[in-house]
Design a protein around this ligand. Sequence first.
Ligand SMILES: Nc1nc2c(ncn2[C@@H]2O[C@H](COP(=O)(O)OP(=O)(O)OP(=O)(O)O)[C@@H](O)[C@H]2O)c(=O)[nH]1
Ligand SMILES: [Zn+2]
Length: 212
Amino acid sequence: MTSEQYLLLREKFPHLLNHQSVEENGSLVEIDNFSVAIKQLIILCGDDPKRDGLQETPFRVLKAFLESTEGYREDPKLHLEKTFDIQHKGLILIKDIDFYSLCEHHFSPFFGVAHVGYIPKEKITGLSKVGRLVEGYAKRFQVQERLTTQIAQAIEEVLDPEGTIVLVEAKHMCMCSRGIKKANTVTTTSSIRGIYENRPDLRAEFYSLIKN
Ligand SMILES: Nc1nc2c(ncn2[C@@H]2O[C@H](COP(=O)(O)OP(=O)(O)OP(=O)(O)O)[C@@H](O)[C@H]2O)c(=O)[nH]1
Ligand SMILES: [Zn+2]
């Protein structure tokens, strides 16, 4: 990696500065090791890391991974803490929140939409904050089930609503383009809390609204 690339990474991702690792000759040892590993990967796959199009690839790969895992550098729950004093007794549904995440097994993308509903007791958060919450948990190495649970858990913990319901629909590239190669398969996961656990009528309302 060149010193310009290294400086750009440090500027864009300041957490690298706090890294425990050793700095040698103006570069972090771990970044250099990563670069070597990506070159080895290119060789193992049968190509030449020195050819023109691949020379900058270790840098690009690292930058892309750091961008795709920005959620580790925040506590997504904090977005919900700014609440409003609004009287509202019914469902608040934020649907079709699109997200891109990385499967923790293969580091390949999985992406889709999250639908988040809650029936407030006293606390209501800003609509965009629910999108930020989804983004904060999606931008990590994830599995869909954990992503779904974390979103529901955060709403429940911070807003303390009557009930929470979260449904996530996603396509996993590790299943579409390799392995079993099922290009059209969509996985659905849900997490329900509070009043939703015992009220099929409220669940039905949520499911019918997200279908429209
Ligand atoms: N439950 C769950 N499984 C996932 C998710 N993302 C990927 N997987 C699965 O993780 C599993 C990993 O299985 P392994 O047998 O360890 O790995 P593999 O040999 O690459 O498996 P194949 O994909 O079947 O080729 C696969 O079945 C994937 O479909 C997810 O979000 N949730
Ligand atoms: Zn996978």
